[in-house]
Design a protein around this ligand. Structure first.
Ligand code: HEM
Length: 221
């Protein structure tokens, strides 16, 4: 077994602030939209929701700046051949749905520069480059509809923006359940969570740990 430093500090800080922040945003968002708990004053809940939202925008900046200036950004490089991507995703899906229960080895070997399996890599790209920015952006627009009146009109009005914001929240709730379940599928249930806390993952094969040739050699980790 080899210990690999797969999650650098800025990624870990971003991740846990983001995780707790998202859960808080979902709960306060439910209260704002559906008044689940009668006792809570709406104005205070909106205030907390907005503050956490702005905190997560700043936090997203940590993730973005870190990856933009680090050679670790190659963990987010997309597979340019759709055929290769779908085959690899299918292999990973078959492992999760069948091989795992038969005790077969995971088809993906974790490495510093390829820490995500094909399913994670595609999902995390969509989540981080599209869904999270869109959720934060629609949140900012809803925070001050007058200031962003032009954008609101362009997007089809406050109802459309609000529906988009809530629909994305629904996607995050589903993502959260699937994401947390998949993180329990290591050698032990908490192996990946511990790695996201300490930065280190235990792997069996330490092959291919060198950075890909086209990326700068220096890493910020
Ligand atoms: C309590 C909730 C959460 C837990 C326990 C959790 C756990 C983890 C763990 C263990 C990893 C390591 C890699 C892996 O195994 O997939 C990870 C990575 C990741 N998680 Fe979460 N997560 C949570 C919430 C979230 C939320 C709310 C989001 C986004 C909205 C998110 C987005 C990500 C992303 C993008 C990565 C890859 C990060 C990177 O290395 O760049 N997670 N998560």
């Amino acid at each position: 077994m080899t210990r690999l430093y797969v999650h650098p500090l800025p990624v870990r800080v971003w991740h846990w602030v983001n995780a707790f922040g998202f859960v808080a945003l979902i709960l306060t968002g439910l209260q704002i939209r559906y008044r689940v708990f009668d006792a809570l004053p709406l104005k205070a809940v909106i205030d907390v929701h907005n503050k956490i939202g702005f905190l997560l925008i700043a936090n997203y900046g940590i993730w973005l700046v870190y990856y933009l200036f680090s050679d670790r950004i190659c963990v987010y490089h997309p597979e340019l051949s759709p055929r290769a991507q779908y085959r690899a995703m299918l292999r990973q899906l078959i492992y999760y749905g069948y091989g795992l229960f038969k005790g077969r080895p995971n088809p993906h070997q974790v490495g510093i520069y390829r820490k995500f399996n094909p399913l994670q890599s595609m999902t995390y790209q969509i989540v981080m480059i599209l869904l999270v920015p869109l959720e934060l952006y629609t949140g900012v627009v809803l925070w001050d509809l007058q200031r962003f009146a032009g954008t609101v009109d362009l997007l089809g009005g406050p109802r459309v923006v609000s529906s988009l914001h809530v629909a994305l929240c629904g996607v995050f709730v589903v993502f959260l359940f699937v994401h947390v379940y998949l993180t329990t599928l290591g050698h032990t249930a908490l192996e990946h969570v511990k790695a996201m806390l300490t930065g280190y993952e235990e792997v069996e094969d330490a092959a291919a740990q060198a950075p890909p040739a086209q990326t700068p050699a220096a890493s910020l980790s």
